[in-house]
Ligand binder design. Structure first.
Ligand SMILES: Cc1cc2nc3c(=O)[nH]c(=O)nc-3n(C[C@H](O)[C@H](O)[C@H](O)COP(=O)(O)OP(=O)(O)OC[C@H]3O[C@@H](n4cnc5c(N)ncnc54)[C@H](O)[C@@H]3O)c2cc1C
Length: 354
């Protein structure tokens, strides 16, 4: 513990947080690479966060905010301060005839929160069950699964300006949500730290069951009229069957974004690859599953150095053993090059690589 490093102006109370030095980041990101942080700090309250933002060490060094590290890879030692948001709390703000409003602190675990909502008869998030990570990160990439996105239920995001320390409330529209994206990942990247997220949830469930896998699995269970918790259970089973558990195998979920190509590009590919999988967008463009492209290039189940391409889903890269950051970069280069040569499509990495 080095509280001296956090010292500073009188309103910057360094006793509110503990700053550690040369900390292994392996346990703090689900891919589990062996990188170290020059400084590491867990934040349990808004006042501790405000004090840290004003501390000389925060001002002097580069910094990154972290939830549960399920969408972040530390591919090298981080030369500054890694700040892990651990602020907890769920508060019922208000309700009307149709909705219940809940304000949830950034450090709450996403799946625990989803289960809490379902048990409290607040509906909407059932399809987002078992997505790893924290509530605070959910608006950053507008998490989504099985035809539902967090943006459909986020009412407001409470954040603090990292430079001025001022609080700001972002209404849903101001977050500029889109597919796996928001202003927090785009124009305002690195400017705000999210302290809590307010959700508007439904009192009456309106289940979204159109997604093919989900429909089929529900059919198999024989439940004609599933309750939201049944849907959550089925989704958990589907995810467990398809995706590696980060507690057992290091991974960061989908490693590449599904690329979108023009109509002309799609039809030229279809001539060469009759089995091409696609999803037509309203813009007349086509979204192609990145996992299918990678699989077609023969990578599924293979390893590149110590980075594996998951045998059940080629979109997921795994830490075979003691993968290094260089192994990850090598695997990305090899996969993106082969996909580009074969399909003329440049894949984009989804998680944040540091
Ligand atoms: C097995 C697996 C399956 C997955 N499945 C899905 C899926 O179905 N759908 C999906 O959308 N994602 C999925 N993901 C990705 C991941 O779960 C989400 O991106 C999740 O929101 C990340 O949360 P986190 O707390 O771990 O974020 P982190 O990795 O800690 O952070 C992600 C980014 O958000 C920033 N950030 C985090 N907290 C804050 C904060 N409080 N304020 C400001 N910035 C912050 C970080 O700086 C970083 O840039 C999956 C990941 C894994 C490992």
């Amino acid at each position: 513990m080095t509280p001296r490093l956090g010292g500073g102006p009188p309103d910057c109370d360094s006793s509110l947080y503990t700053l550690r030095e040369h900390v292994s980041l392996k346990p703090y990101h689900t891919f589990g690479l062996a990188a170290k942080a020059r400084f590491f700090c867990e934040i349990n309250s808004e006042s501790a966060l405000l004090a840290l933002l004003k501390s000389p060490v925060f001002i002097k060094y580069p910094h990154v905010f972290l939830g549960e590290g399920s969408n972040t890879l530390f591919t090298r030692d981080f030369p500054g301060i890694v700040v892990r948001l651990c602020i907890k709390g769920i508060r019922r703000l208000a309700e009307d005839d149709e909705s219940i409003y809940l304000k949830v602190s950034a450090g709450e675990n996403w799946h625990d929160f989803v289960i809490y909502t379902l048990k409290s008869h607040c509906y909407g998030l059932e399809n987002l069950s078992l997505i790893p990570g924290s509530v605070g990160a959910s608006p950053v990439q507008n998490i989504g699964a099985y035809g539902v996105e967090a943006k459909d239920f986020i009412a407001q995001v409470d954040a603090i300006d990292i430079v001025s320390g001022e609080k700001r409330v972002f209404e849903n529209k101001e977050c500029h949500f889109s597919y796996r994206d928001s202003c927090f990942k785009g124009v305002l990247k690195g400017r705000y730290v999210i302290t809590s997220v307010s959700f508007r949830l439904a009192k009456q469930a309106k289940l979204k069951l159109d997604y093919a896998d989900l429909k089929e699995s529900l059919k198999k269970t024989g439940l004609n009229n599933p309750a939201p918790l049944d849907v959550s259970d089925v989704i958990c089973s589907l995810r467990q069957a398809k995706l590696p558990d980060p507690d057992e195998i290091g991974n960061a979920g989908s490693f590449f974004k599904n690329p979108v190509v023009s109509e002309a590009h799609y039809f030229s590919l279809k001539k060469q690859f009759s089995g091409i999988k696609s999803f037509k967008l309203a813009s007349q463009e086509y979204k192609i599953p990145a996992g299918w492209l990678i699989e077609c290039c023969g990578f599924k189940g293979e390893s590149i150095g110590s980075v594996g391409i998951y045998e059940k889903q080629a979109l997921v890269l795994i830490n075979d053993a003691e993968a290094s950051g260089e192994d990850v970069h090598r695997a990305i280069a090899k996969i993106t090059e082969r996909v580009n040569i074969t399909f003329g499509i440049l894949l984009e990495v989804e998680p944040i690589l540091l």
